[in-house]
Design a protein around this ligand. Structure first.
Ligand code: ADP
Length: 249
C-alpha cells in the first residue's frame, strides 16, 4: 500500500502568523493507500499543516497538489468535494440526535450533491440502509438508536469516523483520533482506521507512538515547523534527532 503513487503533496508549504513561522518550507508526499502519520512535539506545526492541507488556513507560501491538480487556491468545501476530507470534530456530532440520525445527516451533506449517490429523490430507506451499513462497520449497531450525547467517549469517536466515512473521502485527515481514549478503545479505533484505509488514504496526527508503529506506513516528523525526519516508523524512530526531540535527551 505504501508504494502507491503520490495522491496529495505539498511543496514549500509555509505559514507565518504575524512574523512567527509556524510551518516552514514543508515538502510532503502522501502515497495512495497509505496511512501517513504526522508526528512531533507540541507546537511543531502539525495542526497548522492539517489546516493548510484542507485550506482552513491560507498558506503564506507553497503549493498543494491533489492527484496532480493544484488545489492551493481552492476553498475548504471545494477540497472536501474533491474527496480530501477532514474528520469531524466531536463538536460536529449533534448530541441530541441519535447515532442513525447523525450518520444520515452526514450522508446528506452538500459534498454529496455532486456525487452519483445522493439525488433529491433518494428514498429515506436507501439512506437508512447505507447509514446502517456504516454504523455496523464502526461497531455501533447496538447503539444505533442511542442519543449521540449519551455515548461513551470511544463510541463518540467511532460515530465521528462513521460520519466522516459517509462523505466517501478519498483522502481522510484524522486529527488525533485516539485522543483521550481508554486503552481498549484505542485498539478498536485502530482496527476501524485500518479498515477505513482500504481503498483510501489516511493522514493522521497522532501522539501515541505505539499506534503510529502499529498502524502507519509512513511517518513525517515535524519540529518547530520544519521536517525533522521522514520514512517508515523504524527508520524515523532510530533517527537520533527524532529521539532527542522526543525524549529531550
Ligand atoms: P501542533 O499541532 O504540532 O501542536 P500547531 O500547529 O498547533 O502545533 O502550532 C504551531 C505553532 O504555531 C505554535 O507555536 C502555535 O503557538 C503557533 N500558532 C498556531 N496557530 C496560531 C495562530 N492562529 N496565531 C499565532 N500563532 C499560532
Amino acid at each position: 500500500a505504501a508504494g502507491g503513487s503520490v495522491v496529495l503533496s505539498a511543496k514549500g508549504l509555509t505559514k507565518e502568523f504575524k512574523g512567527f513561522v509556524a510551518v516552514k518550507d514543508v515538502d510532503l508526499s502522501v502515497r495512495e493507500g497509505s496511512i501517513h502519520a504526522l508526528i512531533g512535539p507540541n507546537g511543531a506545526g502539525k495542526t497548522t499543516c492539517f489546516n493548510l492541507l484542507t485550506k482552513f488556513l491560507q498558506p503564506t507560501r507553497g503549493v498543494i497538489t491533489y492527484r496532480g491538480q493544484d488545489i492551493t487556491g481552492l476553498a475548504p468545501a471545494e477540497i472536501a468535494r474533491l474527496g480530501v476530507v477532514r474528520s469531524f470534530q466531536i463538536s460536529a456530532v449533534f448530541p441530541s440526535l441519535s447515532v442513525l440520525e447523525n450518520v444520515r445527516i452526514a450522508l446528506q451533506r452538500p459534498q454529496h450533491l455532486a456525487t452519483q449517490f445522493w439525488k433529491p429523490e433518494t428514498a429515506l430507506s436507501v439512506l437508512d440502509d447505507r447509514a446502517a451499513g456504516l454504523i455496523r462497520s464502526v461497531g455501533l449497531d447496538a447503539f444505533i438508536n442511542h442519543t449521540a450525547g449519551e455515548l461513551p467517549y470511544g463510541r463518540k469517536r467511532a460515530l465521528e469516523l462513521a460520519a466522516t466515512l459517509a462523505l466517501e473521502p478519498d483522502v481522510m485527515l484524522l486529527d488525533e483520533p485516539m485522543a483521550g481514549m481508554a486503552h481498549e478503545d484505542i485498539g478498536h479505533i485502530a482496527d476501524l482506521i485500518r479498515q477505513a484505509a482500504q481503498g483510501r488514504t489516511v493522514i493522521m496526527v497522532e501522539h501515541n507512538l505505539h499506534v503510529v508503529e502499529d498502524l502507519c506506513d509512513a511517518v513525517t516528523v515535524l519540529q518547530r515547523g520544519e521536517i525533522l525526519a521522514e520514512g517508515d516508523y523504524q527508520t524515523v524512530s532510530q533517527d537520533p534527532r527524532v529521539r532527542e526531540a522526543y525524549m529531550g535527551s
